[in-house]
Design a binder for this molecule. Structure first.
Ligand code: 5AD
Ligand code: SF4
Length: 436
């Protein structure tokens, strides 16, 4: 009987890309995909530790998976991702059933490590944070038969924002060679992919020999058969005029940018070590909107950073009102061990953080709804991905990354079509095929 594997992925898109790479190696080594962990011989949990809650969730899930070993002692259990990197060998003590701890920068070595883990008898911890980033070189993509794909173009972060664990778990910035990335993008396009999202903790710091991020986007834009290009995430301090101009110049670059601002008070931004001011951030948004009218802007924001006063928080609300984001991912600050912010004074009590988060989300809800309602009556191009989660027909996204549901007609799956927006709610739009 064939061996089976099961991978569960938590956290960001970079983890999804890494999980694809791990799946591909397991399949090359003779494993078939299992639909549940109970049916697998090799179970891997790919984890996130960016916020305390994500880490707790990962550890409790790992506990549940470890209990499967009591029923099936031959099962091999692995943990990958940022919790693996952060906690390392200490996870072996906590989870006696665990066989492998694999950091994000060790994925390139997984093929060799897998053999050792399969033999059993030794537990392996591979947690060097300075390894080379994952490579899918040589037409090695993991293809989902989907119209959308990700490509990790760079790994790591050199910014060391004072609250963030990423530089410690994902190591320093390393960019993949452009030839490899373009080859990967061309292969995906030949297999039917129409939209590619370029991933990195800080994509606009992409640098490989003479190639910079705008140059890479330009080269991607020339790939025949590719229709849409997206990227995430960018740091405001590195958003160069050349990159802003790409939004006006490159027709395949989608009209959407995710640009985390984190806080609206200059005092807090300084304590966060973000290296920009609220004025600079708002100027950038103005420049982006001038380069590409109608561009959607989404962002990340935190409430309750150590020392955040009511006035600081009001500045955050004020920035949100002024910018009018299309959507916002908002979080309560949480201590991450080893970061400078974890040692700062003036920690904000949990109920206060929650109250601030509620107020902020209420404000953004109104803005998102207003922006979505403005689209009623407009005809928009959407890339149809498949059935919507709620079973309300098909679903796709606009170039501004908004979800649109429309009537169920399988002919349109994987196609680019025009849809006229008829209804709008806070989290989605409902449309009908535009009649020509
Ligand atoms: N606490 C809360 N939120 C955090 N983020 C990063 N670190 C922390 C932390 N310690 C948020 C930031 C980032 C997003 C991915 O997670 O807003 O942009
Ligand atoms: Fe973390 Fe800041 Fe790097 Fe983003 S830019 S990954 S918030 S250190």
């Amino acid at each position: 009987m064939s061996k089976r594997y099961y991978i569960e992925t938590m956290g960001c898109q970079m983890n999804e890309y890494d999980s694809d790479h791990l799946s591909r190696i397991l399949e090359d080594s003779g494993y078939l995909r299992a639909s549940a962990p109970e049916q697998a011989d090799f179970v891997l949990l790919n984890t996130c530790s960016v916020r305390a809650k994500a880490e707790q969730k990962a550890l409790s899930r790992l506990g549940r998976l470890a209990s499967l070993k009591r029923k099936n002692p031959r099962l091999r259990l692995a943990v990958a991702g940022c919790v693996a990197q952060q906690r390392g060998v200490e996870l072996f003590e906590r989870f006696p059933g665990l066989d492998l701890v694999l950091g994000p920068r060790e994925i390139g070595n997984f093929r060799g490590i897998l053999g050792k883990t399969e033999m059993g008898g030794t537990r392996v911890a591979a947690v060097d944070a300075h390894g080379t980033p994952v490579s899918f070189a040589g037409g090695f993509e993991y293809f989902h038969h989907s119209v959308k794909a990700y490509i990790t173009i760079m790994e790591g972060c050199n910014n060391f924002c004072s609250y963030c664990i990423v530089p410690y778990v994902r190591g320093r910035e390393t960019s993949r060679p452009p030839q490899e990335l373009l080859g990967e993008a061309r292969n995906l396009t030949l297999q039917g992919v129409k939209e590619i999202t370029l991933l990195g903790q800080n994509v606009n710091s992409y640098a490989h020999e003479k190639m910079r991020f705008p140059g890479l986007l330009q080269a991607m834009n020339e790939i025949k058969g590719l229709h849409r290009i997206r990227f995430t995430t960018s740091h405001p301090k590195d958003l160069s005029p050349e990159l802003i101009q790409c939004f006006g110049r490159l027709e395949k670059l989608c009209a959407h940018i995710h640009l985390p601002f984190q806080a609206g008070s200059n005092r807090v931004l300084k304590a966060m070590k973000r290296r920009y001011t609220r004025e600079k951030y708002m100027d950038l948004i103005g420049e982006l909107r001038a380069a590409r009218p109608g561009i959607a802007v989404t962002s990340d924001v935190m409430v309750g950073f150590p020392g955040e006063t009511e006035e600081d928080f009001e500045m955050t609300l004020d920035l949100i009102r002024r910018v009018e984001f299309d959507n916002l991912f908002s979080f309560k600050y949480s201590d991450r061990e080893g970061t400078p912010a974890a040692k700062m004074e003036g920690k904000i009590p949990e109920p206060q953080k929650l109250a601030r988060l509620d107020r902020l989300q209420e404000l953004q809800r109104k803005i998102t709804l207003k922006k979505n309602k403005e689209l009623i009556g407009r005809s928009l191009e959407i890339l149809v991905e498949g059935a919507s989660k709620k079973g309300l027909g098909l679903t796709g996204r606009t170039i501004t990354n908004k979800v649109v549901n429309f009537i169920n007609d399988k002919r349109y799956i994987n196609k680019l079509i025009n849809v006229t927006i008829k209804r709008a709610s806070f989290n989605s739009l409902w449309g009908e095929l535009t009649s020509l």
